[in-house]
Ligand binder design. Sequence first.
Ligand SMILES: Nc1ncnc2c1ncn2[C@@H]1O[C@H](COP(=O)(O)OP(=O)(O)OP(=O)(O)O)[C@@H](O)[C@H]1O
Ligand SMILES: [Mg+2]
Length: 394
Amino acid sequence: MTVDPRMKTRTRVGPLSTGKAPRLDVDALLDDPKTGIIVCCGSGGVGKTTTSAALALRAAERGRTVVVLTIDPARRLAQSMGIEELDNTPRPVADVDPAAGGGLDAMMLDMKRTFDEVVESQATPEKAKQILENPFYIALSSSFAGTQEYMAMEKLGQIHADARRDGSYDLIVVDTPPSRSALDFLDAPERLSSFLDGRFIRLMLAPARGPAKLMTAGFGIITNALTKLLGGQVLTDLQTFVAALDTVFGGFRQRAQKTYALLQADGTAFLVVAAPEPDALREAAYFVERLSEDRMPLAGLIVNRASPAPVGDLSADEAMAAAVRLRKREPGSLTAGLLRLHADQKRLVEREALLRDRFATAHPQVPTAVVPALAGDVHDLEGLRRVSALLAGF
Ligand SMILES: Nc1ncnc2c1ncn2[C@@H]1O[C@H](COP(=O)(O)OP(=O)(O)OP(=O)(O)O)[C@@H](O)[C@H]1O
Ligand SMILES: [Mg+2]
């Protein structure tokens, strides 16, 4: 397993401690000038966007010049960061404490609309309309697994190249698209580029490019068969669409590979975000193994929205026994209800600790941070600051 050697570990303390996993030192990661890219991965809904924004804010307030690339943040969070507008350009986030000399820009990537805009900018209005209404395009731009991931990687590559050239940022924090599996982020661009660079697409492209000599006899037969099957108009639509895509995203595979190399570079740190649930932690384990296979630098695991430990020393069994006794004497007792709640909460916390221990036993070198669930959603800078402080162990 490759664990980033920059990650110093310290013993975890406090009520969420299980003592098995080394503690992820978030501030050491953020402060290290060699950390140039942080990628937050994880399965759907675990807190990738929140974590990315929180880390970026903390890094900025600790003196780094940061840009965070968010994907579909919740509306209120986007508003508080000043990024509701989709223009694919990083904008300065107001109210970031500049005392340490850092700053934060943020942007939101809306893949479907970005894709649409690219098509609109490249084709005549009539052609663009044709493409946008094309069923192949709709499938590709809105549901083909890989488009979002590809666009996120593409944008990361662009920002990184710009930052290199003009020194605009020294840290890029990348959120990843909502997908069922964290692995999609790594797999999808390859799937998409093989599709777009594929033989079928090449064949479809040939007549749209014009030269008759490309029309081999074999291809003529295929075209005829497809025309019969799909109808001439559909085939023309597909060819037009594919031709437009090729103009817009030529060399898909090379570009995807270039960004892949960037993800393997020394300055990159992957953080895997997971909920304290069996499925999410299993996903996280697959992802950790995959990063290691792909020689991508893993910085650690973030267990987000952990159940906060209830106050008091009373064990779950004690609380439960007391609740049963009370209820016998006084049915409908409020105290008995509270004791039950305490018991349930205690059991939940114990179960989550057990799950984390299991992960730590299978992957003992992965530094881990545990962030308790806050009472409400995280929708403003103050909320992000709280999450980031919890992430850093405060
Ligand atoms: N520690 C936390 N405490 C309370 N609420 C949280 C915490 N972390 C995240 N949330 C909330 O959980 C919801 C999902 O979080 P977020 O959008 O960051 O997840 P995601 O992994 O980016 O989801 P998706 O896969 O859909 O992109 C949000 O409403 C967010 O405010
Ligand atoms: Mg998200």
